[in-house]
Structure formats: C-alpha cells, structure tokens
Design a protein around this ligand. Structure first.
Ligand code: NAG
Ligand code: NAG
Ligand code: NAG
Ligand code: ZN
Ligand code: ZN
Length: 383
C-alpha cells in the first residue's frame, strides 16, 4: 500500500513539475529565443556619425476599467510586459518611441481609473535609466478630435512630459513629434496652437539647415541639427486605403480596399500636404491602423505604419528597430537603416491553433516522460 501511495505521490509531483515547466516555458522563457531572432540592421558607418539605437512600437491599448475584462487585461499585459522587457534586455535600445494609443480608455477614464492605467503602464514599460522612453498622443489617449479637451490633453502631457509639437534631437537626428489628433484644420484652439507651433518649428529647422542665422526671420529661432527630421505621429498621413501598401503584415485582403476617412483613419489631405511641405521628412512613422504598411508619398517621402503591439489587436505584434544617423537620405534610411520585426504568430500567440497544439505536444511528451519514469517503480506494470 505504502509503495502505491509513494509512487502516485511521485507521479503527482512530476505532473505538477511538468505543468509548471510548460507554463514557465510558454509564458516566460519563450520570449527569449523569439526575440533573439530579431537584430539591429547592419549598416556601415562611413563617417564618424554614430547611429542611434531606436525602437519604435505603437498602439499598446492598455485595457481600461469600463470595457476591459480583468482576465483579458491580465493576459495581454503580461504578454506585453514580457515581450517588452525581453526586447529591452536583448536589444538594449537607447530610446523607445511609443506612437500613441497607449491606453484604450484614456479618452473617457475617470481620474482614478487614469491613475491606475498610468501605474500599470509604468510597470509594464519600466526601463533602465540609460534608455529613454518617448510617448506620443493617440486618439484613444485623449479622444478623437471632437472629444479632445484641454483637461484630457493636459493630464497626458503632464504624465508623459510631452507637448503637441516638438523636435527632439539625439545624436544629430531630429525627431519631429506631433499630436496628430490636433491636425484637424478646423481652427479649434488646440489645433491653432499646434499649427502655429509647427510653423515655428519648420522655420527654425529651415534656418538650421540653411545656416542662415543672419537673416532677420532666423533671429531668435531655436537651433537644431542641420538635417531633415524623422516625423513621428499616431495617425498615418493621408492615403486612400491600404490597397497600395507593401511590406509584411499589411492589412488582410478584405480590409485593404476599405476607404479611409480623412481625420478619423488618416489625417486630412491638406494636413498631410502641409507637413510634407513644411518639413520634407526623411521618414514618417505612424500607427493607428493596427496593420503594417509601407508606402511612398509623392515619390519622395517613405512612411511606415507600425502594427499594434498588443496581442488583443493581432496575433503577431510588431516593432521596428532603427539605427538612424544624422546623415542618411530618405531612401537609405528606409531601405537599410530600419528593420521590421514581428513576433511570429505560431510561437507566442494564444489564438493560433498551432500554439495550443504545440503546448499540448510539449505537455504530452513531458507527460510521457513523467509516466514512464514513474512506471519504472512498478515492476508488474512494465510487462
Ligand atoms: C521634460 O522634457 C523636457 C524636454 O522637452 C526636458 O528638458 C525635461 O527635463 C523633462 N522633464 C522631466 C521631468 O523628465
Ligand atoms: C521651409 O522650407 C521649405 C522648403 O525647403 C518650405 O516649403 C517651407 O515653407 C519652409 N518653412 C517655412 C516656415 O517657411
Ligand atoms: C485645403 O486647403 C486649401 C487651401 O490651402 C483650401 O482652399 C481648402 O478649403 C482646404 N480644404 C479643406 C477640406 O479644408
Ligand atoms: Zn489603436
Ligand atoms: Zn488610434
């Protein structure tokens, strides 16, 4: 009797051990080999300009108190935290940009729910002090244009220390950060302020590039690195639909031909024209559509829309790694200096059937080992 109890106890222990191992493997360890497949682009540093290691991601949509189910929240945030923390550990970027829609319900959350969202954000996206984190404003953070209020804008700006239009220069690379929700062009007070600010930045950048500080209009302007900026915003520039998009993770066929509405899906034609005209950006990075897209505007200005980084929005969240220096042209930057990485669907996805079957296979093979190990203690059952 005792020996039977002993061996079934051992079996139970082995089962628990197996289960815990599979769990740890699937929920923790798996992110390492997956993210190891991703590496920085290889570029030759022809001049003395050292590249900046920049990681870009978008649409994290931390679930809110009203529409988010607690289990869904727990699951998605754990996945996001592991993916992000593993990426930081393995890739060690100097700067991380999150291109808006950080929260799902920032547009209507009470101040208490907002505090809770912010606290979770800070935990998930914690980072060492030598990595800078820059967050942009999306429509889910402060509401679509008609829902945007000064108060919602200000609480976001305070927590993330951002403003609606600014140029951040690091290692000679100018990043132009724009609150695209305020580019409605309807002369609302916030829009007017942002436009005025953008005009000022355009002038200051022109003065820096042309080195014409002796001109009257260049007096008293801020000075930046003398290079075209990389434009970062939440909404993409105007495009008719995703039909012309190339690149991995473009929208599926049935969504590609849906026409975009100006100011809701993409910024307006006028606002796009103005941004291109004022800044002649080397590269545009955006989010909001939750799908990937590579597209060239006016045959000159490449844009990449980055898919969502939340498993709630897609099975293969993605991010972009870039090594910009002060010098590349748009084409070089686009073709060689940024690299797209999406986490393979069949590995860390809990909707894909492959994942489940993989877990079960792993579980069964471990179980097989456990059972044959434990059955070794029953001479009679081995015959
Ligand atoms: C906020 O951002 C500005 C640059 O826009 C920077 O100079 C300042 O140190 C930042 N403040 C904090 C508290 O990080
Ligand atoms: C800056 O220069 C570009 C041309 O390179 C021009 O289109 C734009 O209007 C200028 N910006 C301002 C504010 O004058
Ligand atoms: C776009 O801008 C042009 C002039 O720059 C203006 O005439 C037109 O009304 C604008 N269109 C919209 C929809 O705002
Ligand atoms: Zn979004
Ligand atoms: Zn959005």
């Amino acid at each position: 009797m005792i020996s039977i109890y002993g061996s079934s106890g051992r079996l139970a222990a082995l089962l628990i051990f197996t289960f815990v191992s599979v769990f740890v493997l699937c929920e923790y360890v798996i992110y390492y080999p997956v993210i190891l497949r991703c590496s920085w682009p290889h570029i030759e540093t022809v001049n003395s300009h050292l590249p900046l290691r920049a990681l870009f991601l978008s649409d994290t949509h931390l679930l809110g108190a009203i529409k988010g189910h607690w289990l869904d929240k727990l699951r998605r945030e754990w996945q996001m935290e592991r993916a992000f923390q593993t990426s930081l550990w393995l890739l060690n970027p100097e700067i991380v940009f999150i291109l808006g829609d950080v929260f799902d319900e920032g547009k209507w959350s009470s101040s208490q729910d907002w505090e809770d969202d912010v606290r979770r954000f800070k935990r998930i996206f914690r980072h060492p002090s030598d990595t800078e984190l820059v967050v942009l404003i999306g429509n889910h953070d402060i509401g679509f244009h008609h829902e945007m209020t000064k108060q919602k804008l200000e609480r976001f700006e305070q927590v993330f220390n951002v403003t609606s239009a600014r140029i951040l220069t690091i290692k000679g690379v100018n990043f132009l950060l724009v609150n695209s929700v305020a580019l409605h062009g309807d002369h609302c007070p916030i829009c007017q302020r942002v436009e005025k600010e953008l005009h000022k930045l355009s002038l200051a950048l022109n003065c820096s590039i042309q080195g014409e500080h002796h001109y009257d209009q260049c007096k008293n302007t801020e000075s930046f690195a003398p290079a075209a900026p990389v434009l970062l915003q939440h909404y993409p520039l105007y495009r008719v639909s995703d039909a012309m998009c190339t690149g991995v993770d473009a929208a599926p066929l049935d969504e590609r031909y849906q026409l975009f509405r100006e100011r809701y899906d993409v910024i307006s034609k006028n606002a796009s024209k103005k941004l291109l005209w004022w800044f002649k950006p080397r590269l545009i990075l955006s989010g909001h559509t939750h799908h990937g897209c590579e597209i060239l505007h006016e045959n000159l200005y490449p844009e990449i829309s980055i898919p969502s980084f939340s498993w709630r929005n897609r099975n293969n969240p993605s991010f972009i790694l870039g090594l910009p220096t002060a010098m590349e042209t748009a084409e070089l930057l686009f073709n060689h200096v940024v690299r797209y990485f999406s986490i393979p669907e069949d590995i860390v996805s809990d909707r894909g059937p492959q994942f489940i079957s993989r877990v079960w296979k792993a579980f069964h093979s471990l179980l097989g080992v456990a059972i044959s190990l434990s059955s070794g203690y029953h001479p009679q059952s081995n015959g």
